[in-house]
Design a protein around this ligand. Structure first.
Ligand code: FES
Length: 120
């Protein structure tokens, strides 16, 4: 008898959770004003009933610190920048639930060019 397969998640959200020590000149995604964005995202996903099909993952630096707070939505390499709770809720509503990325919240293309091709 064939076993049913476990479905893949629909989306992964990689939320940068890097914080710099006080006095560090480089900005970081998590500071005293932004430290609750991960929990806010998780709670919003739970409220909308999509925690599970949507996996949220804490990451360290995603390499675009000057544009933080950041989160990367996969599939598709959608990097959202300068996040707030309101922006996250709209991204969940329109991108995650509605299938339409929120273009105006995506990181500018000068910071996010095409992927590097490693195929030889
Ligand atoms: S600290 Fe978040 S991208 Fe570097």
């Amino acid at each position: 008898m064939e076993m049913p397969s476990i479905p893949q998640p629909t989306f992964y959200i990689f939320k940068c959770e890097q914080s710099s020590p006080p006095g560090m000149p480089k900005p970081s995604c998590v500071n005293e004003n932004t430290r609750d964005l991960f929990n806010h995202t998780a709670q919003s996903l739970m409220k909308t009933g999509v925690m599970g099909p949507v996996q949220i993952v804490r990451t360290s630096c995603l390499g675009r610190c000057q544009m933080g707070p950041l989160m990367l939505v996969e599939p598709g390499h959608f990097m959202y920048s300068s996040l707030t709770k309101e922006k996250i809720d709209r991204i969940i509503d329109e991108h995650i639930l509605g299938g339409k990325p929120v273009e105006e919240y995506l990181i500018p293309s000068t910071f996010w060019g095409d992927p590097i091709n490693l195929v030889k």
